[in-house]
Design a binder for this molecule. Structure first.
Ligand SMILES: Cc1cc2nc3c(=O)[nH]c(=O)nc-3n(C[C@H](O)[C@H](O)[C@H](O)COP(=O)(O)OP(=O)(O)OC[C@H]3O[C@@H](n4cnc5c(N)ncnc54)[C@H](O)[C@@H]3O)c2cc1C
Length: 439
């Protein structure tokens, strides 16, 4: 039996989780079980894969195993941008090769379609709104990024609106941004409410076990034997949708980067504070500089700030989260000087699974084991669609989206430790410093 080197441990501070409708977690697994299909990780990718497998194989039991409660992992603690447009930070115009960008756009649009339909069909109260997103710049470097991205969007034939400082203030209330790019295709949502709702509306042939961290595995007779504190589950075929924890199972070792990012959410603004802020009452902004701050104004009139990164090679929450609130407070004060007494109710962190070449894994990991892994910070759309397509592929379907994913290069190798940690930490620190007041 091989040991799973690290299991998830997220902090308890996530505002989205606590503010979403409470639900009863499904019982942990106990005893011994055999199933034709087992999916590890009930985030957006695993929920999507399990649902689609259940549709393809209605007489098979699909077992979905989650280490924590659904909504407690990264899928419930992100900023809630279900983004349509490709954004290749490795390309000069952020679009790069138009043919690749068009396929990524198709993938994202297909994911949005899945999310929209499931939310309507199962009446999931996750505040899903197709309101678009702003991308904001406060300094010349950020403005240059917006100009380059605009050229990329022209190349791709996508709509956008350029906003000057006054227009940004009119839309968002803050006069912090000197330029903005509004793109209409993004949907905003409450991430924890979405994943909780998806978990509670799974087809009847999916059995979900929560609070069941898989801690050991072995391969015998074409099957995978998974062990945990309370028993064992034998998988005919195993799907790994557990983000960077795939490397704790020995896959993509030295290729994934578990990078944590952090958010704080304010208390609800009073009516008087809302009037003082002005602007629209529901919006989301991502930074022109990738090391800048993401902002949301929620339907219950809270403001969210997301920035700061730490490299946590074991994928678990670290003490970094304790100090990050003060950093968020400074970012908040720069943007909302008209709201001096607004405290944060919540501060939390969460893992993104990145790769150095921004590529993901899709397909087989070894005979009988498959993965949709490494969403590179865009898991709402990417996880939803790759989970579903992995199930389609396993059911024998072939189409241009599957072919595109199967032919993608996959994550590249990282340098060995301790060089890796040194390099990533330096990079993160330098990026945050360079972001200047946009952080
Ligand atoms: C603060 C923050 C903001 C973000 N903002 C956005 C955004 O606005 N838009 C966007 O698209 N993306 C965003 N992201 C990224 C997004 O959250 C991820 O890409 C997404 O959650 C990936 O989904 P996933 O299902 O593949 O993995 P995860 O959500 O990480 O789910 C994997 C699950 O596997 C479980 N697991 C791991 N190991 C085991 C084990 N041994 N046994 C059992 N279960 C296990 C984990 O508990 C976890 O729940 C953000 C991330 C963070 C942290």
């Amino acid at each position: 039996m091989q040991h799973v080197r690290s299991t998830p441990a997220d902090d308890r501070g996530c505002g989205w989780f606590h503010l979403s409708p409470p639900r009863q977690a499904r019982p942990a697994h106990a005893g011994s079980k055999d199933a034709p299909w087992v999916v590890i990780g009930a985030g957006l990718t695993g929920l999507s894969a399990a649902r689609r497998l259940a549709q393809h194989f209605p007489s098979d039991e699909i077992v979905l195993v989650e280490a924590q409660e659904v909504g407690f992992g990264a899928s419930g603690r992100n900023s809630g941008f279900a983004i349509d447009l490709p954004h290749d930070i490795g390309a000069a115009d952020y679009i790069g090769d138009p043919a690749t960008a068009r396929m990524n756009l198709k993938l994202n649009l297909a994911a949005q379609d899945i999310i929209r339909k499931l939310v309507v069909e199962h009446d999931i109260a996750c505040d899903l709104r197709p309101v678009g997103k702003y991308q904001g710049a406060a300094e010349p470097r950020g403005i240059a990024v917006l100009d380059a991205y605009r050229r990329g969007l022209d190349k791709l034939g996508q709509d956008y609106q350029v906003l000057d400082e006054d227009a940004m203030r009119a839309h968002l209330g803050t006069g912090f941004y000197s330029k903005g790019l509004f793109t209409p295709g993004t949907m905003l949502l409450q991430p924890a409410a979405l994943v909780k709702g998806l978990a509670d509306s799974l087809p009847s042939n999916v059995t979900l076990y929560e609070n069941t961290p898989i801690t050991g595995f072995d391969y015998a007779n074409d099957k995978t034997i998974l062990t945990h504190q309370g028993g064992r589950i034998t998988a005919g075929r195993l799907l790994l949708t557990n983000n960077a924890f795939a490397s704790s199972f020995g896959f993509l070792k030295g290729k994934l980067l578990p990078v944590f990012t952090y958010a704080s959410m304010s208390r609800p603004l009073t009516a008087e504070e809302q009037a003082r802020l002005g602007g629209r009452d529901f919006w989301g902004l991502i930074p022109a500089d990738p090391f800048g701050s993401t902002l949301r104004r929620t339907s219950d009139n809270r403001l969210l700030v997301r920035n700061s990164f730490s490299f946590n090679p074991n994928g678990r929450s670290s003490s970094f989260v304790r100090g990050v609130g003060a950093y968020h407070r400074a970012s908040f004060a720069r943007r909302f000087p008209m709201l001096p007494g607004v405290e944060f109710d919540f501060t939390w962190g969460g893992a993104m699974c990145l790769s150095r070449n921004h590529a993901a894994h899709f397909g087989q990991l070894r005979p009988g084991v498959y993965g949709a892994l490494c969403c590179n910070g865009l898991g709402i759309t990417r996880g939803t669609i790759t989970g579903a397509l992995l199930a389609d592929w396993l059911a024998g379907e072939r189409n241009e989206l599957i072919d595109f994913l199967m032919s993608a290069p996959g994550p590249c190798a990282n340098p060995p430790q301790p060089l890796l940690s040194l390099g990533v930490n330096l990079n993160l620190r330098w990026g945050q410093r360079r972001a200047g007041k946009e952080s």
